[in-house]
Design a protein around this ligand. Structure first.
Ligand SMILES: Cc1cc2nc3c(=O)[nH]c(=O)nc-3n(C[C@H](O)[C@H](O)[C@H](O)COP(=O)(O)OP(=O)(O)OC[C@H]3O[C@@H](n4cnc5c(N)ncnc54)[C@H](O)[C@@H]3O)c2cc1C
Length: 593
């Protein structure tokens, strides 16, 4: 199955919803003109269709393997990675001081959607390198930066993220890997599991970022430090030196992303793995959060991407498969003529568009939080990014589960058969709600750190912005009436559940945990609806002014109206589930389960 990068859709969101012009006006982003962005997207689209997509199915079938202690990637992956590096794709959004091209997150997000959609397994390798670069740039010493960052930015060395241990998954306080000081470095001993792209031979070196404890560390998350542990030691002149004591001992057999090696890693089985402290001792979790926040937004984007891939494939099949007859059409028809198949395709399409808008608008906020010359705007943007991060991660990936399962359903029995490739999207997408913090953990972050901690202040500012947009919608336009009505109802429900949470959390210690996922889904649905209403309003303006590609804007308007009619009513169900509270969730004793 081919992949076609939806460049026109992406440009609509980049230029018109996320406001590229405003981002390009920020210091450092002057080069991000619509023409340059178009050229980048077209080239990335070609690379993803011609180089990455053809390796998706074969990669799934072959998988990565461990042979004589070395990770062997599926056929074609090494060559594709070489081309990826030669084209400079890894450096697209990285700092120019380290050899990057300094483009805004907004543009990089669209390009990364293409990598994810065309070959999710492949894209995880550069994604983790990007996260490691972000953590090093922010927290590492100048010496470490000078030695490692540029080679990671140009893709010759890869980065990994080593958090998880058998007893420490969601609960990183339980980490046991130990780091003992020795001169200017540390010796690390321990075991990490589930490490994505934990090793491979495509790059000259692999730079592991590892969470571990110093001997005098306090218990819990306040005693965790972050270390850089290279696979090969680096010589004074920057060349590759001796092998460090960090090895892959096995690869997992898993449901999806087969081409991405998921590694169990042993640190320090013999002399101890040499590592260098990043940032202050005992502040490793804060440093790792830089990487984890980047990876969370990246994982949310994987949800968008895999949903779009599943949608593209479902449309192609629906236009080809002949079955039954349909009112008003002679003879047997392709299944796209059936109203119920249309319903499924519209569910897939409208939710994918809403997710894309949410992900890209968040990326634009991230650009503002880093580059705006005005301190207040930087802070306000960062506060909004913080509020949006669990939504972009968990709502997008949860919705992707629905979209990829619909993709299988559109195929009927063939969806369950591996040959079509539809099942692969469903299997590959399944991990996205689990890694980088499960949906439950994201929802806990949303209600605990982002709503209760500031007593709903950030949420109220969001509600004010939605309200201001509603007020700005043109009056009396029938085409927009359902969008306006549903957005108002959704905003009010979001305000209602926020007030309910702030009040209930005072007296019920289970309130936050019991309602958090429904609250998160409600919020994602409303923010998605807000972006769809913005898209529809823009589309009516274009249609009324006689825009050349009227068909494009008609589809935007229809898709947004479908979202308002068919998705927004879910908000009422989420609201009722939230305000029902914790009583019956917690009522059974452990023995009664
Ligand atoms: C394919 C794959 C790739 C991965 N890549 C990496 C990687 O590169 N680096 C890395 O470090 N890790 C990686 N992981 C690990 C991944 O991040 C963890 O699996 C994930 O964080 C969940 O931890 P766990 O598996 O221990 O589940 P658990 O923490 O045991 O969770 C089990 C269930 O309990 C729930 N739960 C747990 N604690 C709470 C709580 N406090 N409140 C509410 N609910 C809770 C969870 O939501 C979940 O439903 C990967 C995992 C997989 C499968």
């Amino acid at each position: 199955m081919n992949y076609f990068a939806p460049v026109r859709d992406m440009e609509f969101v980049i230029n018109e919803l996320a406001g590229l012009a405003g981002i390009a006006a920020l210091p450092g982003f002057e080069e991000a003109t619509p023409d340059l962005v178009n050229a980048v997207l077209e080239e990335a689209g070609k690379f993803s269709s011609e180089v990455l997509a053809p390796l998706n199915k074969t990669g799934d079938r072959e998988g990565s393997r461990l042979v004589d202690g070395k990770v062997v990637v599926p056929t074609g992956f090494t060559e594709a990675y070489e081309q990826f590096v030669e084209c400079g794709w890894l450096g697209l959004g990285k700092d120019v001081d380290f050899g990057g091209q300094g483009l805004p997150h907004l543009v990089v997000t669209a390009v990364e959607e293409m990598w994810n959609a065309s070959n999710l397994s492949f894209s995880l390798c550069p994604l983790l390198t990007s996260g490691a670069v972000a953590a090093l740039q922010r927290h590492a010493s100048d010496d470490l930066k000078a030695t490692y960052v540029e080679k990671m930015v140009n893709g010759h060395w890869a980065g990994t993220m080593n958090l998880t241990e058998p007893q420490a998954g969601s609960d990183l306080a339980a980490i046991r890997t130990e780091a003992v000081p020795e001169g200017d470095h540390y010796r690390l001993r321990g075991q990490k599991i589930f490490i994505t792209w934990g090793d491979q031979e495509m790059t000259e070196n692999v730079i592991h970022l590892v969470l571990a404890r110093l001997p005098d560390a306090p218990a819990g998350v306040r005693g965790i430090s972050l270390f850089l542990v290279p696979k090969y030691m680096v010589e004074e002149d920057g060349g590759i030196g001796a092998r460090n004591d960090i090895f892959v001992v096995s690869l997992e057999h898993k449901l999806g992303v087969h081409a991405s090696p998921t590694c169990t890693i042993a640190l320090g089985d013999t002399e101890g793995a040499v590592g260098y402290l990043i940032g202050e001792a005992h502040s490793g979790l804060a440093c790792m959060f830089t990487m984890m926040n980047a990876a969370r937004l990246g994982t949310g984007l994987q949800g968008v991407a895999i949903a779009d891939r599943a949608y593209q494939q479902a449309v192609a099949y629906a236009k080809e498969r002949v079955q039954g007859s349909s009112p008003g059409t002679e003879g047997r028809v392709t299944i796209i003529h059936h109203a119920d198949v249309r319903r499924m395709l519209m569910l897939m399409r409208s939710q994918t568009e809403a997710m894309r808008a949410v992900a890209y608008v968040t990326a634009a906020l991230l650009d503002k939080s880093g580059h705006s010359p005005d301190k207040q705007q930087r802070q306000a943007s960062q506060q909004r990014v913080d509020l949006m991060t669990p939504i972009a991660k968990a709502w997008c990936t949860e919705v992707a589960q629905e979209v990829t399962t619909l993709g299988v359903q559109v195929h009927g029995g063939m969806g369950f058969i591996e040959d079509t490739g539809s099942a692969q999207h469903y299997r590959d997408g399944r991990i996205t709600t689990i890694y980088e913090g499960t949906t439950g953990i994201q929802a806990g972050d949303l209600v605990g750190r982002k709503i209760l901690r500031d007593e709903g202040q950030g949420m109220r500012s969001l509600l004010d912005d939605i309200r201001a947009f509603e007020d700005s919608m043109p009056d009396g336009d029938d085409r927009l009436a359902v969008l306006r009505r549903e957005l108002k109802s959704g905003r009010e429900a979001l305000g209602e559940v926020t007030d309910w949470l702030l009040e209930s959390a005072k007296t019920d210690e289970n309130a936050a945990g019991s309602v958090s996922v429904n609250l998160l889904m409600l919020m994602g649905t409303v923010i998605g609806g807000w972006q769809m209403a913005r898209a529809a309003t823009l589309a009516t303006g274009k249609l009324d002014s006689g825009a050349a590609d009227s068909s494009f804007y008609e589809t935007k308007l229809t898709t947004a109206r479908f979202y308002a009619e068919q998705i927004m009513p879910r908000v009422r169900a989420y609201r009722d589930a939230v305000t029902a509270g914790s009583e019956n969730i917690m009522a059974l004793s452990e023995q009664q389960f």
